[in-house]
Design a protein around this ligand. Structure first.
Ligand code: AMP
Length: 395
């Protein structure tokens, strides 16, 4: 699936319309509390402006109603922050496809940047509206998709806009190119042994990932609360652990399908309350007493998983092994994260909580790739192709 990237295009004097993911967290006063998403987009942004391109950035922020400007979701603070990071003036258009956007785009000189107002202030964005898309595409000479977190969606800026570009160049940005390289290409031709570790709260969120990875991996290791739904499927006792009763039959199917490839925890670290200072004990898997709940994989499981990871050549990790936000139930996640960091494997960390865990534990710079997408990275691990990427130019 090799796609043309922004580096393959000469942007000099051209208007480059780039879809980025500036959906940053903000506090109640509208202050950006984490600008990582803006910083992640800098390589593609700098690649355009350093070569004399005229850059138009578009993004969504939050979930406005789609009926016009809602001050809470304006991208104006994002434009200011981007200006600080680039150390240059960044223009901001008070609308997305209106007069202000048009005049600010026309005023761009070579190497200049404008951020358009939140795409989702327009109903056409979520509706994938062709008329809305036509206006945006009509202004641009080149389209670039660098918004991995939205790649699994068919919003107008992701699909209808590149479609409306016709024969004009349509490329991926550096961020999206890297995500595809690891979450799709590396996984399709993995170096073996290839081990996946899947945890987190719910089996239902990860069924399709487990299914897909059972077909490609040498081992799939299960942790997190979803292990207790598997435990129920083998007749285990789970006390008051978090389970999905309606997924037990499905868990049984996965166990049958996975055979020896699918590894379940052998012991469980449980507590009598969902808190750090609860009473604690380690029990055999499937033997959680009444009134107790599993909050982490036990030490024997953690060692067993770490041992397997030692020899892995490719690792995919998605979902913590326990309630890692609440010590000491972070121990299983820590042991697994350290084993991944210590191994020579190409290590790919799914977005969301696993990315937060690897960061919090200080191993972020010892893994190969940390995905920036939550839903998008899960969808890619399910083996799905994204229309938003498929329709871009091939190399
Ligand atoms: P997910 O978003 O599905 O990856 O789930 C991540 C969440 O699962 C984290 O907030 C963890 O605290 C939670 N989690 C992991 N293991 C357990 C467990 N044994 N009991 C309750 N929650 C858990």
């Amino acid at each position: 699936m090799a796609k043309k990237t922004i580096a393959d295009i000469d942007p000099q004097g051209k208007i480059v319309l780039m879809r980025v993911d500036f959906n940053v967290p903000q506090d109640d006063a509208g202050k950006i509390t984490d600008d990582r998403r803006i910083r992640m987009a800098l390589p593609s942004i700098e690649s355009v402006i350093s070569r004399g391109g005229r850059l138009v950035l578009m993004s969504h922020l939050g979930r406005p109603k789609g009926t016009g400007v809602e001050p809470k979701f304006t991208l104006s603070a994002v434009a200011t922050r981007l200006g600080e990071l680039l150390q240059k003036t960044v223009a901001f258009a008070a609308d997305t496809v209106g007069e202000d956007a048009e005049s600010k785009i026309k005023a761009l000189g070579d190497g200049d940047v404008v951020v358009l107002e939140n795409l989702r202030f327009n109903a056409g964005e979520k509706a994938g509206d062709a008329e809305f898309a036509k206006i945006l595409a009509g202004w641009a000479d080149v389209y670039c998709n660098d918004a991995f977190g939205t790649c699994h969606r068919a919003d107008a800026s992701m699909v209808a806009v590149p479609q409306a570009m016709g024969d004009k160049p349509k490329v991926v940005g550096h961020l999206v190119a890297k995500e595809i390289q690891y979450l799709s290409d590396t996984i399709a031709k993995p170096q073996r042994p290839f081990i996946a570790i899947l945890g987190g709260a719910k089996v239902s969120d990860k069924i399709n990932v487990i299914n897909n990875l059972l077909g490609i991996c040498d081992h799939v290791l299960i942790g997190g609360a979803m292990a207790y739904t598997f435990s129920l499927a083998t007749g285990g006792k789970v006390g008051k652990s978090l389970v999905e009763e309606d997924r037990v039959a499905l868990a049984a199917e996965l166990i049958a399908q996975g055979g020896e490839k699918l590894l379940l925890p052998v012991d469980t670290h449980c507590g009598d309350d969902f808190s750090s200072d609860c009473r604690k004990q380690v029990v055999q898997a499937g033997e959680v007493p009444d009134g107790w709940e599993g909050l982490d994989i036990g030490p024997e499981t953690a060692q067993k998983y770490a041992q397997l990871l030692k020899n892995a050549k490719t690792v995919v990790w998605n979902g913590p092994m326990g309630v890692f936000e609440m010590p000491p139930f972070d121990e299983g996640t820590k042991t697994v994260a350290k084993a991944i960091a210590d191994s020579d494997a190409t290590s790919i960390i799914g977005g969301g909580d696993s990315a937060a865990a690897i960061d919090q534990l200080g191993f972020a710079d010892r893994v190969t790739h940390i995905s920036t997408g939550g839903g998008a990275s899960l969808s890619m691990l399910e083996g799905n192709k994204f229309q938003a990427v498929e329709l871009l130019d091939d190399l």
